[in-house]
Design a protein around this ligand. Structure first.
Ligand SMILES: Nc1ncnc2c1ncn2[C@@H]1O[C@H](COP(=O)(O)OP(=O)(O)OP(=O)(O)O)[C@@H](O)[C@H]1O
Ligand SMILES: [Mg+2]
Length: 222
């Protein structure tokens, strides 16, 4: 499902170039659940951004379901990403002026894959799956952090991606809500067969994954 080769990221800064990811080779099978762990600053988010098509690698390749993501034109990459990859970010990323339902439906509207009515029905179903049926009409500021996170997960699932990337989706939540959000992600992985790659600082949660990938100083360590 996912194959990275020689994946590398340098950032230009005032203090000179910073290498955040150095030559990562990684294979994750279809339907797998992999947890990525490592210290703050080790390059986890930089790696996830390149896998998710959000930040261009300085070197190396990302293949998702056989497609060379960074070999696509910008327009093709955007279309591919929107239908194959769901991304839940480290920080809440809902559009503040859209209600929960419209935030969730947005990926389908952008991809133009469904009628407005069909997208609203699917968004409502996803919100119900997340236990948020009564909050469909709420704006993000009217929701708690955990509720916002669940809306973001529902949005990431809108276009039924084969690959779900989650970068510390529970970092700022209380323990109970963290467990609930994690259980949701695990259910999605099991019930829908969605490949799940999760960055977490919580080693107890990481231990529930089929596989743990340790990152240190931008590289995969055994
Ligand atoms: N846009 C950027 N410009 C310059 N340097 C950056 C940028 N983004 C990240 N870095 C640097 O790259 C390194 C890796 O950062 P990254 O955000 O990938 O780490 P992380 O493992 O996700 O950390 P955390 O656990 O704190 O989220 C760090 O040294 C960071 O300072
Ligand atoms: Mg990070």
């Amino acid at each position: 499902m996912l194959a990275c080769r020689g994946l590398t990221k340098h950032y230009a800064t005032d203090r000179g170039p910073v290498t955040a990811v150095r030559g990562v080779d990684l294979d994750i099978g279809s339907g797998d659940y992999a947890a990525i762990v490592g210290r703050s600053g080790s390059g986890k988010s930089s790696l996830m951004s390149m896998i998710g098509g959000l930040s261009r690698p300085s070197a190396g390749t990302v293949r998702i379901a056989g497609t060379d993501l960074w070999g696509l034109s910008e327009a093709k990459a955007a279309a591919f990403r929107s239908t194959h990859v769901g991304f839940v970010f480290q920080f809440a990323s809902l559009l503040p002026n859209l209600r929960a339902l419209d935030n969730v439906a947005l990926p389908a509207r952008l991809a133009g894959t469904m009628s407005r009515r069909a997208s609203e029905e699917r968004a409502a179903q996803l919100l119900a799956d997340m236990g948020l049926d009564s909050h469909a009409e709420a704006f993000p500021f009217e929701l708690s952090s955990g509720e916002q996170r669940r809306v973001a997960i529902a949005r990431a699932l809108m276009n039924e991606p084969g690959l779900l990337l989650a970068d510390e989706p529970t970092s700022d939540l209380d323990e109970q809500t963290e467990r609930e959000v994690m259980a949701l992600l695990r259910d999605i992985n099991r019930a829908r067969g969605t490949t799940l790659v999760l960055v977490t600082h919580n080693l107890t949660l990481a231990a529930e994954a089929g596989r743990i990938i340790h990152i240190a100083d931008g590289a995969v360590v055994a």
